[in-house]
Design a binder for this molecule. Sequence first.
Ligand code: FPP
Ligand code: MG
Length: 353
Amino acid sequence: MTNAAETSPTPVDPDAPAARPLSPGAFVQSDSALAGRLVERLGRIEVLLDEVVAQASALPDETCHHLLRAGGKRIRPVLVLLAAEFGTSDQIDVDRAAAAVELIHLATLYHDDVMDEAPMRRGAPSAHAVWGNSVAILTGDLLFARASLLTSMMGPEAVRLQSETFERLVLGQLHEFTGPVDGADPIEHYLAVLGDKTGSLIATASEFGLRFSGAPESLIAPLREYGEKVGVAFQLADDLIDLVSDGAKSGKRPGTDLREGVPTLPVLHVRADAAAGDPAAAAVVELLDADLSSDDALERARAALVAHPATARARQVAEAWAEDAVKALAAVPDGEVKDGLIEFARTAVSRVA
Ligand code: FPP
Ligand code: MG
């Protein structure tokens, strides 16, 4: 572990392939009034985020801005804004909600990268790689404190929703770490983990957007269900990106999950196939269970897993979750906002290289 006092911060490499914010044009007609509103609003939220993470002393100010400035797709704020289109979207609490969900997400990433020992995030060195584990964890806590400040301005209902969501984020991460209890189905366990660690915050982003724009309460249940499912689809796609991307698009180092032994869906599928007697799957499992500390061994295991049908099946599962998310919108009024939500769900999985 590095010590902050001995380490000068590594600047973000300007040529590094940081994950870029998704343009609202990815979800809605790029020349529409809606796209214009989203772009303008996201610009305001960037300013709010930049201000709200600021710290008086230099080190925490730098560490808190680190991942914010490294990029990110801002999918949670976009979803708050899209959902708010069902109400009177131009409310200050909608901006606060959009910033708060991004900050909660950012806070979890600082912690997650420590737990995953991930060297890169958003094309930049991860915070713990620059300042050490303690500073990275405390930075996540600071961001969470600022997110809580924002939700406190939105009232007790927002604080309650944030608390419930935060509990699910932590339990999702914890249950991923502990694995299934004896006798539980590993794939069901994994999908429940994804619902908690990713679906919960995305569902809350849509609920925040609806509640704080005064949208009809009847939309909360379908949009929460949509968010839960998009979250699972998104995280399944993320797992595939860890396997199949070259890192240039994702801004992360490929194979991190394999090296850390995270049992993602392709791995769970190939283990199930091996247990069912598929010799090709058994050969992949042997590579996965080898010492993956060398880059060669990791690359052999990664390539073998990608070539096995288990990975293609995992991709189909991700697509099916995205389509289930779309089905959850059946009772939502038709129009360009709904079309945007549908596109948003499909984009979540189509970004897999
Ligand atoms: C990314 O998963 C991690 C999450 C979506 C949730 C992490 C939640 C916590 C660390 C809970 C504790 C948080 C705080 C602030 C107390 P991943 O590793 O599969 O995705 P990645 O590829 O983006 O790293
Ligand atoms: Mg991770």
